[in-house]
Design a protein. Structure first.
Length: 102
């Protein structure tokens, strides 16, 4: 193969590599510029972690020991139960907040 043909092939390969780099750069630019051009997205607050029954039980027990047994029982009844274990887990957070307010 002649030196001119080798040089021509090398130049052509460099052009293809350059074009590929330009395509990648354009793609990256489009990807990142479209994110910053969009209106800021609302970040949703992460869902609160479920309150474990044990924590509610501990707070209610502490309030009972402090002499607020009737108030504790009234809270349990307010949530439609006779016993703490009968209360639905989705109500634990609000029950805990009310209990801490006693």
């Amino acid at each position: 193969m002649s030196k001119m043909k080798e040089l021509s092939m090398a130049i052509e390969e460099l052009r293809r590599c350059g074009e590929a780099l330009i395509d990648v750069a354009d793609s990256l630019k489009a990807t990142f510029s479209s994110d910053s051009a969009e209106a800021p997205r609302k970040t949703e607050a992460p869902a609160p972690k479920p309150v474990p029954l044990e924590k509610v039980r501990a707070v209610l027990a502490e309030k009972s020991v402090q002499g607020k047994r009737k108030e504790v029982q009234a809270l349990i009844i307010k949530y439609g139960a006779e016993r703490l274990s009968d209360i639905a887990p989705e109500h634990y957070a609000s029950l805990l907040a009310e209990a801490e307010g006693l």
